[in-house]
Every structure is written in C-alpha cells, then in structure tokens.
Design a protein around this ligand. Structure first.
Ligand code: HEC
Length: 127
C-alpha cells in the first residue's frame, strides 16, 4: 500500500468513526403523524438546597415538603391561617400524592403558617 492509499484509508476510517459518534450523540427523535418531530431534551434546574429550621416540625417539613418542590413554594404564599394551611396540606396529600400522614396535618399546619411568614425559617443546609 503506497503513501497516498494509506492516507485515504486513514481518512476514510476517521470519517466513519466521526459519523458513528455523531449518530450516537444525537437524541432519539419521534416524528408524529402530523410531521412534528419530538426530541428528548435534558435540562438542569438550579437546586434550592435550603431547609426549614426550628424544631421537630421543621424536620417533618424537610422530610415531606421538599421532595417535590423547594421551601420557596411555602415561603412565597400570602399570609394564610392555620385552617387554610390544613386545607393546603390536605391538597398536597390528596391531589399531588405527598406521603405526609394525615394525622400529622394538625401539628404541621401551625409550623408552616408561622414559617411561611418568617424568612429565618429557611436556613442553609449544614456543609
Ligand atoms: C408529591 C409532591 C409534593 C409534595 C410532597 C408536596 N407538594 Fe406542595 N405542591 C406540589 C405541586 C405539584 C404543586 C403545584 C406546583 C405548581 O402549581 O407549580 C405544589 C404547590 C404547593 C404550594 C403552592 C400553592 C398550591 O396549592 O399550589 C404550597 C404552599 C405547597 N405546595 C406546600 C407544600 C407543603 C407545605 C408540603 C409538605 C407538607 C408540600 N407542599 C409537599 C407537589 C407536592
């Protein structure tokens, strides 16, 4: 094999390899009957990281209220009374599937009512 043939062979191998790698890195796509192409996408959301602080109910809130959304969801509500928070906790359980035991609602509602109006209720997690 002469020098020119060797260079052509190497170039062909590089081209095949690059084509294969490019094909693997493309995301799977599905074309709908209407001709719309759907591709999987990956996004990174910023992690909130802050936790409730201040007593036993803070630990309950950290366990049950931060698994789907950040504490900011609690902290950005208008002032709600304890009964309204009880309703809210019921909604988290029945509508969204929060595993908080129903029996814990009466104890947790006053904590989140107070916490939602107190910026110090969310503290940075220990490092
Ligand atoms: C299983 C998932 C899940 C858990 C666990 C959960 N939530 Fe939610 N929460 C949601 C979803 C979904 C929404 C609606 C988000 C939206 O509309 O953008 C929501 C919204 C909220 C809101 C905004 C008002 C509303 O009704 O939409 C508050 C306040 C809230 N959650 C509090 C809590 C508290 C307190 C806890 C802990 C007891 C909790 N959540 C646990 C899923 C959950």
């Amino acid at each position: 094999m002469n020098q020119a043939s060797r260079i052509k062979l190497i170039a062909a191998l590089v081209a095949v390899t690059l084509t294969a790698l490019w094909g693997c890195s493309k995301r799977a796509a599905i074309k709908t009957p209407a001709g719309i192409v759907l591709r999987s996408q990956s996004i990174s959301l910023p992690s909130h990281g802050r936790q409730f602080a201040g007593g036993a109910q803070a630990s309950v809130a950290n366990t049950y209220c931060l698994m789907c959304h950040s504490g900011g969801m609690v902290m950005t509500q208008p002032p709600l009374g304890i009964a309204q928070w009880q309703t809210e906790l019921h909604k988290m359980i029945t509508t969204y599937g929060c595993p908080l035991p129903v029996n814990d609602i009466d104890q947790l509602a006053p904590f989140v009512a107070q916490a939602s109006q107190n910026p110090d209720s969310l503290a940075a997690p220990p490092r």
